[in-house]
Write a protein that binds this ligand. Structure first.
Ligand SMILES: *Cc1c(COP(=O)(O)O)cnc(C)c1O
Length: 389
């Protein structure tokens, strides 16, 4: 079969401490708790920031809708997969985002692939933050455009690249708004200044920020006042929305073109309408219960302050995504294991997700964590630190 090389590759991963085992979760994410590998743990691993993934109202909406319209969508949206609930969600998402139109995808990953490959192609150039999400990186490669990578959030470096690396085609600056492994913000205002100076489009991936930042919870583009200066915004229904699916929002012509060019849209079955219905329920909750996001932001400020006071290296984190950077791959794994003994689940993040030598524990807070759960996290980390000395 000529596949002996696969064993060798796997051996190499094991030797480098990079081999991954998939854990089995045996409970919903609820009340800040989780059951994995038969243990009950306080959960700091999920992106369910507003604690909606197990909300009764989302479940009820999905159940009710599935009863009415069935489960599977049966086809891609352009054939016969697009149902009433997809239509409603697209229109409500556009509304919520203060944009003209929205387009649904089976995932945020797919939304990034198709949006980038629609905006640019061969002969064009992308300027991409060094630490952008994998789906942005893959979208850039897929597009066939030339790619210039600027140092993380480094406006001077981006400016220099915009001056020197041009090839006459369209230009696209693409960035996460809230970076998923560092919890820091892209300098969106300055990015837009540069884009305007150089005639470039700006695309922002708000996967981790939608539902939380900004007056209405649209994300960091809203919070930083750049919504009118951004050409395309991608979001996901799988994080703060507590469900599954992705979307892009923008003006009508952008959305129309993505519908004609986005292969991950055209050649992929529409998400179940029940999913769309439960995301509509999530959207209503995001609108009507802002206290959820205030609670989350409060917890984030608190924990960051306590951990920084205790001399942990949180890098540039400014949010509810809080990395505790420990360096070596093996150290991250050990700390994560020791935390399990305290009943705390914080995953270790290693290369290729983060650069070699910057392995970390990634703490991800959500609106349902109680004060005592948060205290227990801080105390557990501090006792690990003391044991190390
Ligand atoms: C999670 C994530 C995605 C992908 O979204 P899914 O809906 O999970 O596929 C895209 N971009 C960023 C920055 C993400 O963190």
């Amino acid at each position: 079969m000529n596949i002996e090389w696969i064993e060798q590759e796997l051996r190499r991963l094991r030797e480098a401490n990079l081999f991954r085992k998939v854990r089995v979760r045996q409970s919903p994410h609820v009340g800040g708790l989780i059951q994995v590998d038969s243990r009950n743990l306080i959960d700091f691993s999920s992106n369910d920031y507003l604690a909606l993934a197990a909300d009764e109202r989302l479940i009820e909406a999905a159940f009710h809708t599935a009863r009415q319209v069935g489960w599977g969508s049966g086809a891609s949206p352009l054939v016969s997969g697009n149902g009433v609930w997809h239509q409603r969600l697209e229109s409500e998402l556009a509304n919520f985002e203060g944009q003209k139109a929205a387009l649904l995808f089976s995932s945020g990953f797919a939304a990034n692939l198709s949006t980038i490959a629609t905006l640019v192609g061969a002969g064009d150039r992308i300027f991409s933050d060094q630490w952008n999400h994998a789906s942005i990186i893959d979208g850039c490669r897929l597009s066939g455009a030339a790619i210039s990578i600027y140092r993380h959030c480094d406006i001077d470096h981006l400016s220099q690249l915009l001056e020197t690396e041009t090839n006459g085609g369209r230009k696209l600056i693409v960035t996460d708004s809230l970076f998923s492994m560092d919890g820091d913000f892209a300098p969106l205002g300055k990015l837009c200044d540069l884009a305007e100076k150089h005639g470039a489009m700006v695309m922002v991936d708000e996967a981790h920020a939608t539902g939380i930042y900004g007056r209405s919870g649209r994300g960091l583009c809203e919070a930083l006042g750049v919504e009118d200066r951004v050409s395309a915004k991608v979001g996901t229904l799988s994080k703060a929305f507590g469900g599954s699916g992705g979307f892009v929002v923008g003006n009508q012509s952008l959305i129309d073109l993505v519908r004609h060019r986005g292969r991950a849209y055209m050649f992929s079955t529409a998400i179940p309408e029940a999913c769309a219905a439960s995301s509509l329920a999530a959207l209503e909750i995001i609108d009507s219960e802002p206290e959820r996001r205030f609670q989350l932001l409060d917890s984030a400020r608190n924990i960051c302050e306590q951990l920084r006071t205790a001399n942990f290296n949180l890098g540039t984190s400014a949010s509810y995504i809080i990395p505790v950077i420990v360096g070596a791959e093996q150290t991250a794994i050990e700390w994560s294991k020791r935390l399990l003994e305290f009943g705390v689940f914080v995953p270790a993040i290693r290369p290729p997700t983060v650069p070699l030598g910057s392995s970390r524990l990634r703490i991800s807070l959500n609106a349902s964590h109680s004060a005592s759960q948060l205290n227990h996290l801080v105390e557990s980390l501090i006792s690990l630190q003391a044991a190390k000395r």
